[in-house]
Design a protein around this ligand. Structure first.
Ligand SMILES: [Ca+2]
Ligand SMILES: [Ca+2]
Length: 150
């Protein structure tokens, strides 16, 4: 009996030993926007529901005047959902609090690859925080912005 117990203990330890490295290999890397940027199509802006470019909402080459209607890149409950953004347009992109480019704007600069999380200091020009409040956007021909995402 003692011998059997010892054998079981040995087996259990061996089993644990085999599991530990496997668990380490499977540990997910911390989410970030770098891989999203690499895979993004040149000329496009991407928006995501969550931080670190997780949970894709949509992508756009030019504009969408209403993120809550049923046309263009952003539709339905995409409105007021964006929390991270990626900019591979090579241009400035302006985002607005309300549809039809109204209610205050905040821009992502042409040389900024992404904003991994809209925070309390990312505020529209009307004073409202941008997180979960973007309702329209357009790519700009030049920098006509007064507010920028950090
Ligand atoms: Ca969100
Ligand atoms: Ca739309």
């Amino acid at each position: 009996m003692r011998k059997l117990t010892a054998t079981l203990a040995t087996l259990t330890l061996a089993g644990l030993g085999a599991l530990v490295p496997a668990a380490s290999v499977q540990a997910a890397p911390t989410a970030n926007c770098d891989d999203n940027y690499e895979e993004a199509k040149s000329g496009y802006m991407y928006a995501y529901r969550l931080s670190y470019c997780e949970s894709y909402l949509g992508s756009s080459k030019e504009w969408d005047e209403n993120w809550g209607n049923s046309s263009r890149s952003f539709q339905g409950d995409d409105d007021n959902r964006a929390t991270s953004l990626l900019n591979k347009t090579g241009k400035y992109v302006a985002f607005y609090r309300l549809k039809d480019y109204k209610g205050g704007h905040i821009c992502i600069a042409s040389d900024k690859k992404y904003v991994s999380s809209l925070k309390s200091d990312d505020v529209f020009s009307n004073g409202e925080t941008a997180d979960n409040r973007i309702s329209s956007h357009k790519k700009l021909a030049s920098n006509t912005c007064s507010k920028f995402m950090d």
